[in-house]
Design a binder for this molecule. Structure first.
Ligand code: CAA
Length: 386
């Protein structure tokens, strides 16, 4: 009833089933504990790698599965329905650092990292935001100065998913100079590894949700980065990051759909079973209407996501549609999980059932990889310039 209506190929169905089996057996039983303990199981990254889930859209030449966008999003939905913290690891790794290396890296850079990123031997992260540059990403201040065969980086990156356990971090820094600022065109992308002198993991955030997924600050204190770690062309780092975020936002939309689906499923099961005033909650029309609205919003968000994935795979530009998908799916997830708590009543407010975790996890999907307000800006600008 709440499965996708999108016609799937045999291969897409196989990927979906593989992800569902893995999520139900290896993630769902532990997600509540990982959330309480604020740490996941590090072995899960290796499992994701072994299943091919960390190189889903990479070509076979670098060890990827070379899958289409819809297959990737189907797998992400399944993972997120069981554990949204694992889903963000999978989404960031697949959508941001690996895509940036694939799209803009030199053949030598690709060979140095991508085959091991595809297997999960190396985990990727993405460092764009800073304490004073969140939505206004091009206001970032981390400075890179050329010194012979090195770039020397100073600054602080913020909100870095897996920044404390990543092996390869795609970080944006200014390469323009104070007397000739070039705005977003003064930003370049660098391939950072934690072994570089001057690299330090800073504050770990205490979060409302996604508590099993670490989010940290990174400090670059005179960090010396070999010159061959510059990604692509100097001054294009912001453009590369924006382009990569288009794919990232589809991933976060799939994560939101997964969270929303888990909430709808849990609420249907609970309201069928729970008796009040001598009958199951589903016998009350007020409950029936709420369930109908929850399932309808879930279907709408997922249908838009799948249509956009198909358009992207046909080679059509997906920027504004990716923003629409993230906007619609994240707001649906927040609304749906809010209704779920209400239908569970007191039991929704305590940790005995998963809906309070789903509610907390849903909130971040309206914030990271661009807030809902930023998605509206992206959509609005596309409409105005069409
Ligand atoms: N593809 C290619 N180029 C793009 C682009 C895209 N999707 N979007 C913008 N650009 C280009 C523009 O064409 C422009 O190029 P020119 O210099 O040739 O004109 C340049 O980039 C600058 O673009 P804008 O003028 O639109 O830049 P802006 O400063 O007005 O910012 C913004 C636009 C949409 C608000 C952008 O800052 C933004 O997306 N902000 C949100 C940042 C964000 O999503 N951060 C999330 C961080 S990742 C994360 O959440 C952590 C995690 O690990 C999950």
């Amino acid at each position: 009833m709440i499965d996708t209506l999108t016609p799937l190929t045999e291969n897409q169905r196989a990927i979906q089933n593989m992800a569902r089996d893995f999520a139900r057996s290896e993630l769902a039983p532990h997600a509540g504990r990982w959330d309480r303990e604020e740490r996941g199981d590090p072995a899960i990254t290796a499992r994701l790698g072994a299943l091919g889930f960390l190189g889903m859209m990479l070509p076979e030449s670098v060890g990827g599965l070379n899958l289409d966008t819809l297959s990737y999003l189907l797998a992400l939905e399944e993972i997120a329905a069981a554990d949204a913290s694992t889903a963000v690891t999978m989404s960031v790794h697949n959508s941001l650092p690996t895509r940036m290396l694939l799209n803009f890296g030199s053949p030598a850079q690709q060979q140095a990292y991508l085959p091991r990123m595809a297997t999960g031997e190396l985990l990727g992260a993405f460092a764009l935001s800073e304490p004073e540059a969140g939505s206004d990403a091009s206001a970032l201040r981390t400075q890179a100065v050329r010194d012979g065969d090195f770039w020397v980086l100073n600054g602080t990156k913020a909100w870095v998913t897996n920044g404390n356990c990543a092996d390869v971090i795609l970080a944006m820094a200014r390469t323009d100079t104070a007397d000739a600022r070039r705005g977003s065109r003064g930003i370049s992308a660098f391939i950072i590894t934690p072994d570089l002198p001057g690299f330090r993991v800073g504050k770990k955030e205490q979060k409302m949700g996604l508590r099993a997924s670490p989010t940290v600050q990174l400090a670059f204190d005179g960090m010396r980065v070999p010159a061959d770690r510059l990604l692509g062309a100097e001054g294009l780092g912001f453009v590369y990051a924006m382009q990569s975020l288009e794919a990232g936002r589809l991933g976060i939309a799939a994560q939101a759909v997964g969270i929303a689906r888990a909430a709808v499923e849990a609420t249907i099961a609970y309201t069928r079973e729970r008796q009040q005033f001598g009958k199951p909650l589903t016998a009350f029309q007020a409950v029936e209407f709420k369930l109908a609205d929850m399932a309808t919003r879930l279907h709408g968000a997922r249908a838009m996501l799948h249509a956009t994935a198909a358009a992207k795979d046909r080679g059509e530009p997906a920027g504004a549609h990716a923003a629409m998908c993230k906007l619609m799916a994240s707001e649906a997830a927040m609304w749906i999980t809010t209704q779920a708590i209400q239908l569970f009543g007191g039991y929704g407010y305590v940790t005995d059932y998963p809906v309070e975790r789903l509610f907390r996890d849903a909130k971040i999907t309206e914030i990271y990889e661009g807030t809902s307000e930023i998605q509206r800006i992206v959509i609005g600008r596309a409409l105005a310039s069409a």
